[in-house]
Ligand binder design. Structure first.
Ligand code: 6PG
Length: 240
């Protein structure tokens, strides 16, 4: 299990992440022909996507999924896809065939979850395995739309079982309340998990997640289970 923690200014974290993405993409594409990633919403998306858009990578070989989505249309200001579209997909001219958004606009969220799970399985296998998952963190330690207290089964059985990889959430404490999310086992199975957190309000939960003690938050569970992780903290969220 390898875990690297970097505390720096956001502008330098942007390049650290872009370099990591570039390196992983080159390595995985050379080995397997395609690189499969999961992207977040929130402040991490806004901070990191513009630097990604400037990379000279082969976007025709990068399959883009989301780790979560809000139950809104794709052109809504709250849509995670809309943020990516504006800051990454459009500027980098990512081919439409490589974009696999969650359909948060469907009236039946369960149907949207099944559709997203089917699409993920068709490209990332069964059970699905992302090459890289980029994950933001809430003040309460949530990742994607997996909130403390909601199911977080990371047992070997749950991780290998052909369980649902995408689930509907109806009671998210962070608005909007209706969402779609990858599950913790899917996030934890990614070849590389990158957790990024900015701001003093994230310091306590990150300290706990990176400490020796028994933290019970989703971010702590994710970092405990990921085989390879990179944690990017700005100075306010950092531990110093
Ligand atoms: C979302 C995100 C979510 C986000 C955290 C942190 O859809 O809202 O994927 O998990 O990463 O809530 O958000 P901030 O970085 O904006 O605080």
């Amino acid at each position: 299990m390898t875990k690297r923690v970097v505390v720096d200014d956001i502008s330098r974290l942007q390049s650290t992440f872009a370099q990591e993405f570039d390196m992983q993409a080159a390595e995985v594409i050379a080995r397997r022909g395609k690189f499969i990633v999961g992207l977040p919403g929130g402040s991490v998306a806004s901070a990191f996507f513009p630097a990604l858009a400037g990379l000279r990578v082969d976007w025709t070989r990068i399959e883009i999924f989301w780790i979560d989505e809000r139950a809104v249309p794709p052109d809504h200001p709250e849509s995670n896809y809309a943020v990516a579209s504006r800051l990454l997909l459009g500027p980098a001219r990512v081919p439409a065939a490589c974009i696999h958004r969650m359909h948060g606009e469907l009236p039946e969220l369960e149907q949207a979850a099944r559709r997203a799970a089917d699409e993920l399985r068709s490209i990332a296998g069964d059970p699905p395995c992302l090459d890289l998952a980029l994950v933001g963190v809430g003040d309460d330690g949530h990742v994607a739309s997996i909130f403390p207290g909601l199911s977080a089964d990371l047992s070997a059985e749950a991780r290998s079982a052909k369980a649902d990889s995408v689930v509907a959430v109806y009671d998210s404490p962070k608005p909007p309340s209706r969402r779609l999310t990858l599950t913790l086992p899917v996030l934890a199975r990614a070849g590389m998990v990158v957790v990024a957190a900015f701001g003093a309000s994230k310091a306590a939960v990150m300290r706990e997640a990176l400490g020796e003690g028994s933290a019970s938050t989703p971010v702590a569970a994710l970092l405990g289970a990921a085989s390879s992780s990179l944690v990017l903290l700005d100075r306010e969220a950092g531990l110093s």
